[in-house]
Ligand binder design. Structure first.
Ligand SMILES: NC(=O)c1ccc[n+]([C@@H]2O[C@H](COP(=O)([O-])OP(=O)(O)OC[C@H]3O[C@@H](n4cnc5c(N)ncnc54)[C@H](O)[C@@H]3O)[C@@H](O)[C@H]2O)c1
Length: 263
């Protein structure tokens, strides 16, 4: 056996990814397709799902608002049916939530952020874990947290609260599921270039009363490598965790962020 061979996930892995019609989830879906996996993606955006399916007809797709337990139950049932089981769960869906001082945040926005980013992860886990425990193919769970799950993030308190919670969930679940040979890790992306980050920078610039370019430069100054990461960097880490090279990695919160120093 050559070490390099450990880097390829086995062909035919059955993978379920939430919030994956666009963005990081879509890049993860493509990466798994490239290594011969069977991939089911779910998303709340029907138009984006149609586009994803048109671009990659071999994708299985299902519509669900991940904050709604009944919809998640339905989509998992469909995924298990289409995939014939499950080896990898990527709990990826998440929203930025509101930007503002804690006393100005609307309760509905707070609750929506918690349910979309955190409760959703539980909804997928409660149905997927019993299936993952039964698979013989080194099953794993990847939970998408954020650098905001490692550092404090002023004016984004609901988002940061969910991402720290995901790290706690992952560390606890890794201990719970280790004896069943299910690995559980969190990936903490930093500032990922793309339209979502442009929206985040814009909202923050508005909240602080400064321009977009100034805000963007302030973001880059916080990163030791002085650059944003790409969706492919995050997808590659997910593939690594699902490959034989990752088979002894569990309970970790892995940053892919160019070393963000503060937020
Ligand atoms: N982009 C970044 O800079 C960044 C940084 C750190 C962490 N993250 C995390 O990575 C994950 C993916 O982020 P992204 O940038 O790809 O997000 P995104 O905003 O691009 O959204 C990705 C997809 O999620 C879907 N989605 C949103 N709400 C949903 C819901 N309620 N139910 C089902 N699907 C829903 C959207 O329709 C979209 O197709 C999130 O958990 C996010 O918090 C992103």
């Amino acid at each position: 056996m050559k070490t390099i061979d450990l880097l390829a996930p086995p062909a035919g892995l059955r993978v379920l990814i939430s919030g994956a019609a666009t963005g990081i989830g879509a890049a993860i879906a493509q990466a798994f397709l490239e290594v011969g996996a069977h991939v089911y993606i779910c998303d709340v955006d029907a138009t984006a799902l149609d586009k994803a399916k048109a671009g990659s007809p071999q994708l299985h797709v299902g519509i669900a608002d991940v904050a709604d337990r009944a919809q998640v139950d339905r989509v998992i049932e469909d995924a298990l049916d289409k995939l014939g089981g499950l080896d990898v769960l990527v709990n990826n869906a998440g929203i930025a939530g509101p930007t503002g001082a804690v006393e100005d945040i609307e309760a509905e926005q707070w609750e929506r952020t918690i349910s979309t980013n955190l409760n959703s992860q539980y909804y997928f886990l409660r149905k997927a874990v019993p299936v993952l425990k039964e698979t013989s193919r080194d099953p794993c769970i990847v939970a998408m947290a954020s650098v905001a799950g490692r550092l404090g993030y002023p004016f984004r308190t609901p988002y940061a609260a969910t991402k720290w919670a995901i790290v706690g969930l992952v560390k606890s679940l890794a201990i719970e599921l280790g004896p069943s040979n299910v690995r559980v890790n969190a990936i903490l992306p930093g500032v990922v270039e793309g339209p979502r980050m442009d929206r985040v920078i814009s909202a923050r610039a508005d909240a602080l009363g400064i321009g977009f370019e100034q805000m963007k430069n302030e973001y880059l100054e916080k990163i030791s490598l002085r650059r944003m990461v790409t969706v492919h960097d995050v997808a590659a880490m997910t593939l690594f965790l699902a490959s034989p090279a990752g088979r002894n990695i569990s309970g970790q919160a892995i940053s892919v962020d160019g070393n963000v120093e503060y937020l």
